[in-house]
Design a protein around this ligand. Structure first.
Ligand SMILES: [Ca+2]
Ligand SMILES: [Ca+2]
Length: 176
């Protein structure tokens, strides 16, 4: 009889994806595809980040490279420069500063494209950029062609800015 009850419980828990233990329903934690993929890459330096429903699998390249070389290095790692296009994602990487992210206007001045091919939106500029950036200018009165975006600490203003692509920075790759 005990065995029969046990078998019924096991069957129910498998059918509905939950376990019954001491009368308490325990919801099983499902591992998403990106999390599972990221865990397998942990030994190569990737780390899984999650806050609510926002999930990221990131690799922080500590060796400093210009934007193009950073992009190439991410491609070598079978990923791309990170697309940090929401406040939620930004908050998750807020402490990782002085790094390239996947956003530039190299192809057409003033038209920024994320590494996933999407366009930078005005709301993203408002939410994610240092006030006044992207401005294509190094100094207020001197413009020097800034086409690549990095996350840089600006004291209290810890946001994205556009800077010359030739600068050497650490970089953030993203596995999708
Ligand atoms: Ca520019
Ligand atoms: Ca700028």
């Amino acid at each position: 009889m005990r065995i029969q009850i046990l078998l019924v419980l096991v069957f129910c828990s498998r059918s509905f994806g939950r376990q019954v233990e001491n009368g308490t329903r325990i919801v099983k934690r499902t591992v998403s595809v990106i999390e599972a993929k990221c865990r397998t890459l942990k030994s190569t330096g990737f780390q899984f980040y999650q806050r609510g429903n926002t999930k990221l699998c990131l690799y922080l390249g500590q060796d400093k490279k210009n934007y193009n070389d950073a992009k190439i290095q991410c491609t070598r790692l079978n990923c791309r420069l990170a697309v940090i296009n929401t406040i939620e994602k930004f908050n998750m990487i807020a402490y990782i500063v002085d790094v390239w992210i996947g956003l530039d206007d190299i192809a057409t001045e003033g038209t920024f494209l994320w590494a996933d091919g999407s366009y930078l939106q005005q709301q993203q500029i408002n939410d994610l950029f240092y006030p006044g950036d992207p401005n294509n200018c190094c100094e207020i009165r001197q413009c020097c062609k800034e086409d690549c975006v990095c996350h840089r600490a600006h004291g209290a203003f810890d946001k994205f800015i556009d800077i010359p692509c030739s600068y050497e920075k650490s970089y953030l790759c993203e596995k999708t």
